[in-house]
Design a protein around this ligand. Structure first.
Ligand code: NAP
Length: 504
């Protein structure tokens, strides 16, 4: 690679370029799209990555104990099985390494523009292309793939006085590894999927841990094990064996969906979680405060064997009174109790339904995605949006899951993207967008399937729900139904426009 090209890739030098496909983000979605494009012989694409490394959420979340709670044989690309997973549920470093290896081995890295933060993407109707402004330079692209992820923007609560705090404060997705937690007094805010992983890791190290819980979570046992070297060798020698293991995990996890759909079945899962809690927490008072009052599954079910036991340790205090105020060296709860702390760690999650990126993507007529959505993200097949030609959102509205691997959903969406690009190429089309009535019918279908599920009728407030109260986050059915519906493009659901006169 020439020095200029190297400089550009590293984000030190602007480039003015046109590309057929621009991808924003290099996590599972962006890399998956890039790999599948290359496998189809497409080389005319660029991935914009604001960081200096690929990996998305698995790069950013490096907090102690970070791991996936979907088994790795399923939580990986179907086209890139990894026989070397060391555990059934892989820790973050292994998943991140897997993604970096995929990027390298599938020849994606030369397409990545690192340290290129996309500031704005605007559809130019007269030129029928996307104009993309990045922190480094301007680009144009025929199609835009938003692969910036649902879990990329940390959500920080607005706590009165936080700006005056003199200790160290950070979010779990921006873990401050330079800060020595040993012997410190620490407040942890939030008890979601991230906190249950890092709390048991830091509990033995810190001198005092005040855990601020707003809503207790349902916690299920984690059936984890190491893969023996012989097992890994078998997976390597007989890839069919690994495919079979993957299929088995897939089928088992799909069964969970039945529990979410049918409340009586969810009672069975609830019984397992209650027993798990009883065994871990002998103190009935503490147990009562840790017992959720909503249907299991309404919020994401957490999976841990060491979170609940950690809460019984003498240096841990569970605080349920809520944070009233932060002072220079303390946190004050709503009952007026002041707790001196050296650090505050926020396990408060991500901006999922109000993603900042939606403000910066402008479709026809200058309307932003945020304006088009009015607080409730909607997309045809969770992927394309009327008024936003040639835009493909991976992990778009209603493609999240509460029970199994989102990589499966991402792959289905990528096939849709490839189908659309092929269709446009074959027909010589410049632009494609879903018909408004097709999109409306799809969204209505999703809402119909959602009605009565534990996510809407489970009696909890979760981040699955947007500010209008609609669940615009989850796919409310078996995942194979999503794949069957989405992986193939139905041209009848789309409006196409031809090339500009005289080329284009
Ligand atoms: P989360 O599940 O959204 O949990 C955020 C926690 O912070 C909740 O307990 C929430 O309480 C609390 N909270 C938020 N704002 C608050 C406030 N102002 N005051 C007090 N408490 C507040 O976030 P997360 O744990 O980072 O996980 C996000 C998602 O990432 C997960 O659902 C999952 O999809 C993914 N994830 C997966 C894994 C895995 O695979 N193992 C690990 C980590 C994360 P309420 O419940 O009352 O809102």
């Amino acid at each position: 690679m020439s020095q200029d090209a190297e400089e550009t890739r590293a984000g030190r030098r602007p480039e003015r370029a046109h590309t057929r496909i621009a991808i924003i983000g290099s996590g599972f979605a962006g890399l998956g799209a890039a790999i599948r494009l290359r496998q189809r012989g497409e080389e005319d694409f660029i991935i914009f990555e604001r960081a200096a490394e690929v990996g998305g959420t698995w790069r950013d979340n490096s907090y102690p104990g970070c791991a996936c709670d979907v088994q790795s044989h399923l939580y990986s690309f179907s086209f890139a099985p990894n026989p070397d997973w060391t555990r059934s549920y892989s820790p973050q470093p292994e998943i991140w390494e897997y993604l970096r290896r995929c990027a390298r081995d599938f020849g994606v890295l030369p397409h990545v523009r690192f340290r290129h933060e996309v500031r704005e993407a605007t559809w130019d109707e007269s030129a029928r292309l996307w104009r993309i402004r990045t922190s480094v330079g301007d680009y144009t692209a025929g199609a835009l793939v938003l692969a910036s992820g649902a879990l990329s923007e940390p959500r920080m609560p607005e706590l009165p006085g936080l700006e005056n705090f003199k200790g160290r404060a950070f979010h779990s997705a921006r873990w401050d590894h330079s800060y020595e937690l040993k012997g410190r007094r620490v407040a942890v805010i939030g008890t979601g999927a991230s906190a249950v992983q890092f709390v048991p890791e830091i509990q033995p190290v810190v001198s005092r841990l005040h855990l601020f819980q707003r809503t207790p979570a349902w916690v299920m046992p984690r059936n984890e094990r190491r893969f023996a070297a012989a097992e890994r060798r078998m997976f390597r020698r007989f890839p069919a064996l690994q495919r079979a293991a993957r299929a088995g995990i897939y089928l088992f996890r799909e069964l969970f969906f039945l529990g979410f759909r049918h409340l009586p079945l969810s009672r069975l899962i609830r019984r397992v979680a209650l027993r798990h809690l009883r065994r871990a927490v002998p103190d009935p008072q503490l147990r009562a405060r840790l017992t959720p009052d909503y249907a299991i599954g309404c919020k994401r079910i957490l999976v841990s064997n060491d979170y609940l036991p950690a809460l019984t340790r003498p240096n841990v205090e569970l605080v349920t009174a809520g944070v009233a105020e932060v002072r220079e060296h303390s946190v004050v709860d709503r009952e007026g109790v002041e707790r001196p702390v050296d650090a505050i760690i926020f396990g408060t999650g991500f901006r999922v339904t109000d993603q900042p990126m939606a403000k910066h993507v402008r479709g026809r007529g200058g309307l932003t995605l945020e304006e088009a959505w009015g607080g409730s993200p909607r997309a045809h097949l969770g992927t394309t949006v009327n008024g936003f030609p040639n835009l493909f959102i991976l992990m778009g509205p209603n493609t999240g899951l509460g029970h199994t691997s989102v990589v499966y959903m991402i792959e289905a969406q990528i096939e849709h993207l490839l189908g659309a690009l092929d269709y446009m190429k074959r027909r010589g089309l410049a632009a494609l967008e879903p018909r408004p009535e097709a999109q409306a019918a799809y969204v209505a279908e999703v809402d119909r399937r959602m009605a009565g599920t534990v996510w809407t009728a489970g009696g909890c407030a979760s981040w699955y729900l947007d500010r209008t109260g609609r669940n615009s986050t989850l796919w409310p059915d078996f995942t194979w139904r999503f794949r069957r519906r989405v992986a193939r493009l139905d041209p009848a659901e789309y409006v196409a426009s031809g090339p500009l006169r005289g080329g284009g």
